[in-house]
Design a protein around this ligand. Structure first.
Ligand SMILES: Cc1cc2nc3c(=O)[nH]c(=O)nc-3n(C[C@H](O)[C@H](O)[C@H](O)COP(=O)(O)O)c2cc1C
Ligand code: SF4
Length: 715
């Protein structure tokens, strides 16, 4: 049996209007925020999108292309298609995608009220300032942004008609550039979505009020695109099939929209979820399980003949195959999964699904630290994503195998070992504990964070399959490390107890609460007797960042009465915003949209700008920013304060002094997150060159030397 027959439906072609997609796996519209400052297509745009096409996605949807940069750029580095001089760049992008057999499909999007550029006089359907609890669109905003001048105004009729012309002109430019179709962004609270939505559209003219009036903007644009590009030019519409707000689009309304769009000439429907007020549903953090959006496709599909595309948190080939096989949708879509592993379709087709690096829905790399932070796209588990150096690295085998000691078997160490091996080096991992995984391991205990284990397991399988030497329960000595050519310090972070008066010994280290007890796990060290420290009912979580947020989720779900004491102004301000949005709802004994977890027994109390002042036998005194001291009684205190691990600092210093470069990565530099650990581990292996393995005076590895300097330095 040919291997692809295991998933026969995923690899069937699909007609979308006048074009044919070669399989049923769509790359969903994704704004990768990598374009040139003037909005023209960059080399990085081409590298990212063409890699996903190469991986076998049949349609590549280039997200967030603005038809009118003067009134609304989607991200500050999104593609602009409001001038003809953007056509050559678009044409190069189209060719780079089509080279791999995929259809190239820009998504036309006006951000409307969620506009990062321009800053003032922002256009929307109406002038009401909508409260966005976490952002004003594609950017992290200062506190109370509304009061500080985020001015939103209702569009005039002329401006609406101008937009119809501008969107259709943008589509024409895409067609002129050789793109195969366009997609209209009518989801997530952006401009077109704000017209469709009965919740957002409060206009009282012909573009608001009745269903027909709310459809008018979108239908006029489809019509005008067909006028300019011909009726054959496919127009896909992506809209939110459920907005999760009272009075917003719900399943019933989404059915009416689907029928109206088909009648209005749409070639396919791509169903999404949410507006910005309900980001849980839109950007599915880890808590959302595979298939949760399927209900919307099942409702809409029987009513239309055009293809229905469904996405959100779809990760496993079996599930995706079943969606098509059971006729629930015509095509499945990936956004983040393709960033985490662009080769998902090829791996499935070639019968290697276990090699897929699944997206863990963490939103740190692709969302928090790229799009929201005005930076190029990235992925926490895929260091290649959005980094031109890594796209070239694949070709770089080392001229000689170097002996590398990697101290620490967490994500940074494992990723460094993986890339080093792929480049032809010989790494050895030294791991103090009896299991590889580092800080990720505790995540198995945190409800909603189980996906972290996907990545831990993927890495552990790769380490095994690549035959990388691992010395478990082994802390290296100076003599051992001196046998290597270069040493990586990936020893991570450890918890500590900040300065406090009284019974410091009552404070429990975070590591004792998060000792993963998953005995059923394939990698669980047999007979290790590892146990989690049991805590009393009333617990103080002392500290912040991911450790504290995870502990809240763990202890809250376990029925503990939790008080968080953080010295930050706002709890969780360094944790990914949409995860914090969900967690805050849980802390208040509720849940985010479409989630139905059992409420915590107690609401979680948070004392911000505060710290522990004195610890007594039962009573704990807490001091706030105004130096007020309050006392509460608790059973246990857990510290979530972490600092880089310096246990081997002396040895590393001596190794370095002996002329063997020691490079530090990940939390061993400072506690951050998975994204930083993976990127720095992989970057270390990218930089390794056996011809000149030296550090510069700033302690950074020199990855490349000009030929004359090489000679001058005696290499
Ligand atoms: C970095 C990033 C950029 C996105 N850009 C767009 C976009 O331009 N247009 C759009 O319709 N949706 C956009 N989305 C939403 C995704 O298309 C998708 O609906 C969502 O991520 C859930 O699907 P997934 O689990 O396959 O990622 C974006 C999501 C992310 C994470
Ligand atoms: S950063 Fe996280 S959510 Fe985004 S693509 Fe990578 S693994 Fe998925």
């Amino acid at each position: 049996m040919a291997k692809e027959q295991k998933y026969p439906n995923l690899f069937k072609p699909l007609r979308i209007g006048s074009v044919v997609a070669k399989n049923r796996i769509n790359f969903e519209p994704t704004a990768i925020s990598c374009s040139n400052a003037d909005g023209s297509v960059s080399e990085l745009d081409i590298a990212v999108y063409s890699e996903i096409a190469k991986g076998g996605y049949s349609m590549i949807n280039i997200g967030g292309c603005t038809p009118d940069s003067k009134t609304g750029r989607v991200t500050i580095t999104g593609v602009i298609i409001d001038e003809d001089n953007m056509i050559p760049g678009l044409a190069r992008l189209a060719k780079a995608i089509q080279k791999y057999g995929a259809l190239a499909i820009p998504q036309i999007q006006h951000p409307g009220r969620q506009c990062p550029m321009p800053k003032g006089s922002i256009m929307s359907t109406n002038d009401q300032v909508v409260k966005l609890p976490w952002s004003a669109g594609h950017e992290i905003v200062f506190a109370n942004a509304e009061e500080q001048g985020k001015e939103i105004r209702a569009m005039s009729t002329k401006e609406i008609l101008d937009q119809v012309e501008l969107w259709s002109l943008a589509a024409w430019r895409c067609q002129a550039a050789g793109m195969d179709a366009v997609c209209l962004h009518a989801a997530h609270g952006y401009l077109m979505s704000a017209f469709l939505s009965p919740y957002l559209n409060r206009r009282i003219d012909r573009f608001g009020g009745s269903f027909e009036n709310r459809m008018l903007f979108t239908l006029s644009i489809i019509k005008e695109i067909h006028n300019k590009c011909g009726n054959d030019f496919p127009v896909i519409v992506r809209y939110s099939a459920n907005e999760w707000v009272p009075g917003g689009i719900d399943t019933e309304e989404s059915k009416r929209i689907a029928v109206a769009l088909e009648q209005g000439g749409a070639a396919a429907l791509d169903l999404s979820q949410c507006i910005q007020e309900t980001p849980g549903a839109g950007f599915d953090p880890m808590q959302y399980s595979e298939g949760w959006t399927l209900y919307s496709a099942e409702a809409v599909k029987p009513l239309v003949k055009i293809p229905v595309i469904i996405s959100h948190a779809m990760r496993t080939p079996e599930f995706c195959e079943s969606v098509i096989a059971e006729g629930k949708a015509d095509m499945i879509g990936h956004c983040r999964q393709a960033l985490a592993d662009p080769y998902w379709p090829t791996k499935v087709k070639l019968g290697k699904p276990e090699k897929i690096r699944k997206c863990i829905s963490c939103l740190t790399g692709c969302w928090q630290e790229s799009l929201m932070a005005k930076k190029d796209i990235a992925c926490a588990v895929n260091p290649v994503c959005g980094d031109i150096n890594f796209y070239n690295m694949d070709k770089e085998k080392s001229s000689r195998a170097m002996k590398i000691a990697i101290v620490g078997g967490g994500p940074a160490g494992m990723e460094a070992a993986r890339w080093a091996t792929l480049r032809g080096h010989k790494p050895t991992i030294f791991e103090k504990k009896n299991e590889l995984g580092g800080a990720i391991l505790g995540c198995c205990l945190v409800p909603g964070k189980e996906k972290m284990k996907w990545y831990a397991d993927w890495l552990r399988h790769e380490i095994r399959d690549l035959g990388i030497e691992v010395k478990m329960e082994h802390e290296p000595t100076l003599e051992e490390l001196k046998k290597y050519e270069v040493v990586l310090n990936a020893t991570g972070a450890v918890s500590y107890v900040p300065d406090v008066i009284g019974l410091k010994e009552r404070v429990v280290p975070l590591e004792e609460v998060f000792a993963c007890p998953k005995t059923t796990c394939e990698f669980y060290p047999k007979d290790s007797g590892r146990k989690n420290r049991k805590l009393g009912e009333k617990v103080i979580i002392w500290g912040d960042h991911y450790a504290a947020a995870d502990l809240v989720a763990f202890l809250g779900a376990a029925g503990k009465d939790v008080t968080v004491v953080t010295d930050r102004k706002e709890f969780g301000s360094s944790v990914e915003v949409i995860h914090m949005y969900v967690l805050r709802k849980r802390m208040a004994q509720g849940d985010a949209e479409a989630l139905h977890s059992r409420p915590y027994k107690y609401p979680v109390k948070v004392l911000e700008s505060s710290t522990l002042y004195e610890i007594g036998k039962k009573e704990v005194k807490i001091i706030d920013g105004n130096l007020n001291v309050t006392a509460i009684e608790v059973d246990d205190i857990v510290t979530c304060y972490t600092k880089s691990n310096t246990a081997l600092a002396d040895i590393f210093e001596k190794v370095d002094a002996a002329g063997i470069p020691v490079i530090t990565v990940g939390d061993a530099i400072s506690p951050r997150n998975l994204h930083a650990a993976v990127k720095e581990g992989a970057s270390f292996s990218l930089a390794l060159d056996p011809d000149h393995c030296i550090k510069n005076p700033n302690n950074a590895l020199i990855d490349d030397l000009p030929i004359d300097v090489k000679e001058q330095l005696g290499f």
